[in-house]
Design a protein around this ligand. Structure first.
Ligand code: PEP
Ligand code: MN
Length: 344
């Protein structure tokens, strides 16, 4: 349930209502704007069906949010959420590029990649140090050592860091190195992990589970938002279908659908969505054309030797070509890109 109050109300008027609701056991989230204050009520709102909201000064609207997710919905927040990290904005006019290897492998590898993707225009360096591999015998990541290498390379070339957290015990340590915490597809419904991410003050990128519906995806985001962390970026990374030519099927329609249902930014991972490097470019263009707020792309200086996901990793020169072509698509849909074509 969402209560809309007139922008002219003062703190006292807001407190009259919010104190009463809190005393009834509800948790509240507020957005204070110039012309209105919006209060989201979290809890079992069936108790409020006959509550006299309009007798409280300044209440102009009571919206029963029809969706099972509340804080994530457009009904709760009309304006799109823009996440600001240093000078980077995610969810605004710029289509943001995140790029890097599937896994951090060694200092040289991550340095070469960071230097190149930064020169091309990426804002965020991706790379896994704790890898959720299907087989226990596959490379599992370098752990904290990998995070150190990655954050050094990112600092050197002016990039932000995004990396995956797989378990609650890792959150504090990973938060020391990362600017954005990634929750992988396999953990999209790890509700205990989501609750803990809800308590931290750091942007989180939630990837869509491989068999999750859009509603389940948004409900997982709701776990984080309802814990108090409002900086959530969604990531469409393909879902499992009967098609097995591609690793997953990129659900392009999820982008405009989510834009309509939610105020959160959504970016696309064409690498895990397709599993094939030759499809990464076309799907990147399609994603931007469909309204994605950015892309997260796997790259490697030598994909044949990559310790994970070589088949879907772009060589650095292919990445550069793709990005130069993407700009026109971005412009056609009114987006800008932070690009510099200086080859390094
Ligand atoms: C990743 O981005 O490193 C990853 C493992 O992706 P996903 O969780 O989407 O499979
Ligand atoms: Mn990968």
């Amino acid at each position: 349930m969402v209560i809309v109050m007139d922008g002219k109300v003062n703190e006292g008027h807001i407190n009259n209502l919010s104190d009463k609701l809190k005393s009834m056991g509800f948790k509240l989230q507020m957005i204070k704007g110039e012309d209105k204050t919006v209060i989201g009520i979290i809890g079992d709102t069936r108790k409020l069906l006959s509550f006299p909201f309009y007798s409280y000064y300044g209440v102009v609207d009571v919206l029963k949010v029809s969706k099972p997710y509340k804080l994530t919905s457009r009904e709760f927040r009309e304006l799109s959420t823009i996440i600001r990290i240093n000078e980077v904005t995610i969810g605004g006019q710029e289509a943001v590029l995140m790029a890097g290897p599937c896994a951090v492998e060694n200092e040289e590898q991550i340095d070469i990649i960071a230097r190149k993707v930064s020169a091309i225009g990426a804002r965020v360096l991706r790379g896994g140090a704790f890898k959720p591999r299907t087989s226990p015998y596959s490379f599992q990541g370098l752990g904290e050592r990998g995070l150190k290498m990655m954050s050094e390379a990112a600092k050197k070339y002016g990039l932000l860091v995004i990396t995956e957290v797989m378990a609650i015990e890792q959150i504090d340590m990973i938060a020391n190195y990362a600017d954005i915490i990634q929750i992988g597809a396999r953990n999209m419904q790890n509700f205990m992990l989501l609750k803990e991410i809800g308590k931290i003050k750091k942007p989180a990128m939630l990837k869509r589970g491989m068999s999750a519906t859009i509603e389940e995806f948004l409900l997982s985001a709701e776990y984080i938002l309802s814990g108090g962390n409002k900086e959530v970026i969604l990531c469409e990374r393909g879902i499992r279908t009967f098609e097995n030519y591609t690793r997953n099927t990129l659900d392009l329609s999820a982008i405009p659908a989510i834009k309509e249902l939610s105020h959160l930014p959504i970016i696309v991972d064409p690498s895990h969505a397709t599993g094939r490097k030759e499809l990464v470019g076309p799907m990147s263009k399609a994603a931007i054309a469909a309204g994605a707020d950015g892309l997260i792309i796997e790259v490697h200086p030598n994909p044949e030797e990559a310790l994970s996901d070589g088949a879907q990793s772009l060589e650095l020169s292919d990445f550069e070509r793709l990005i130069s072509e993407l700009e026109q698509v971005a412009q056609a849909v009114g987006r800008s890109m932070h690009l510099s074509y200086t080859s390094v």
